[in-house]
Design a binder for this molecule. Structure first.
Ligand code: ADP
Ligand code: ASP
Ligand code: MG
Length: 416
């Protein structure tokens, strides 16, 4: 008997019919004697709808109230799923994040989980009850409802698995595992049986939305056995999805490149002809950080005649705010610059693989493939296992396809 946490995403609980199918799958695991904690997302599209309602009433709704509204999507699905489980003759009880007491900080819209009270869940499990928990939400120390950021139900699932020391956390979604890239963009993308934790972390941080980045961080910190699988396949199918592994397996044929991630959610800001003096990076990015805006890539050019150009990228929905912050600082004389320009029609494409540590020439292979298509690279950043480039958004899909082909990701490693 194992303790398993299963998380079902929005498409998997997108209708009562699908909720019934989820219940049947859960029942099968229950019959096998496992203890089960089920984490559910809101029905597909529901969180978008709820947030849009708040925006209909205000261009700038208070984040606390947005969370109150957004968190209701998950409350609907957990109740429905518990009802569907009852219909199959099973004992099940649903809980919101606050009821479990998934304690978070108070950063509404992107709260972090601090602690999970296991008592209630453990008690139910001991009685043979299936526990159904709302994903994406928690509560702060003052009792305010918080949400964990888009895609946050993955993190609820992994965090519960970590707290309960579950034997496995299974993320059920609309694809049957982690692919070499998003199969919606590249139909030839291949499912990976396994992927190392570090690669998964890098892919998620570069925009692969199959797992929310924080869920991968949690899994790594607490060594949660994490698997991504399809909720649409027959539960008796032998596909075991993709396992996130913590050891590099010597026996395994390890591909040099494991996958390609992309992100359309970024925007670029360039400060042109800024003074080239000590402290200038701080003068530009200090106020950006103080405004709680995350910066991703940063590029500073070689200075010439005492001036330089400084560019960085931020999340697209913080683009306007970032421009305003910089204009404000310049107006107050904190720095001088010829111009501040922005571009929110950019995209980032990243090639990821632990094989990069021991192979050379991968960056040039990437740049050549893009050059062959006439795609201009605007910014580059690298880590030990990643090369990322910023390009014009309109070339995003093309670049993902050509890179997938150039690195022969459509072929199994031994064939390539
Ligand atoms: P859920 O609602 O179940 O959380 P998401 O839409 O958040 O599902 O994540 C699953 C989607 O992630 C897939 O439908 C797929 O389009 C996308 N995706 C992006 N990159 C990958 C990848 N490398 N492997 C698999 N799916 C990916
Ligand atoms: N329902 C939330 C969202 O759409 C959380 C999730 O699906 O993981 O972002
Ligand atoms: Mg998701």
């Amino acid at each position: 008997m194992a303790l398993i946490v299963q998380k079902y995403g929005g498409t998997s609980v997108g209708s009562t019919e699908r909720i019934r199918n989820v219940a049947k799958r859960v029942a099968r695991f229950h019959r096998q004697g496992h203890q089960l904690v089920i984490v559910a997302s809101a029905m597909a599209g529901e969180t978008n709808r709820l947030i849009a309602l708040a925006r209909e009433l205000s261009a700038n709704p208070h984040p606390r109230e947005v969370d109150v509204v957004a968190a209701t999507g998950e409350q609907v699905t957990i109740g429905l799923l518990a009802i569907a489980l009852h219909e199959l003759g099973l004992k099940a009880r649903s809980y919101t994040g606050a009821q479990v007491r998934i304690l978070t900080d108070n950063a509404h819209g992107k709260a972090r989980i601090l602690e999970i009270d296991e008592e209630r869940v453990r008690k139910d499990l001991a009685e043979g009850t299936i526990v159904v928990v709302a994903g994406f939400q928690g509560v702060d120390t003052h009792g305010n409802v918080t949400t964990l950021g888009r895609g946050g139900s993955d993190t609820s699932g992994v965090a519960l698995a970590a707290a309960l020391k579950a034997d496995e956390c299974q993320i059920y979604t609309d694809v049957d595992g982690v692919y070499t890239t998003d199969p919606r963009i590249v139909p030839e993308a291949r499912r990976l049986d396994r992927i190392t934790f570090e690669e998964m972390l890098e892919l998620a941080s570069q925009g692969s939305k199959v797992l929310q980045i924080r869920s991968v961080e949690f899994a790594g910190k607490y060594r949660v056995r994490l698997r991504v699988l399809s909720s649409f396949e027959d539960a008796d199918s032998t596909s075991t999805g993709t396992l996130i592994t913590y050891e590099e397996d010597d026996h395994m044929e390890q591909a040099i490149i494991s996958g390609i991630a992309f992100n359309r959610d970024e925007a670029k800001i360039s400060v042109m002809g800024v003074e080239d003096r000590p402290g200038i990076a701080y003068a530009l990015l200090g106020p950006i950080a103080a405004a709680n805006i995350d910066v991703d890539m940063i590029v500073q050019n070689i200075g010439a005649s005492g001036h330089t150009d400084f560019s960085f990228t931020v999340n697209r929905n913080e683009y306007r705010k970032a421009l305003e912050v910089l204009e404000g600082e310049r107006a107050q004389g904190r720095f001088q610059a010829r111009d501040i320009i922005g571009d929110n029609r950019i995209a980032k494409v990243s090639v990821v693989g632990i094989g990069m540590r021991s192979h050379v020439g991968l960056a040039s292979k990437m740049f050549k493939a893009l050059a062959n298509e006439g795609i201009n690279i605007q910014m580059i950043s690298t880590s030990e296992i990643k090369i990322a480039v910023v390009i014009d958004e309109k070339y995003l899909e093309l670049s993902v396809r050509v890179l997938h082909k150039a690195f022969e990701l459509d072929k199994a490693p031994e064939q390539a």
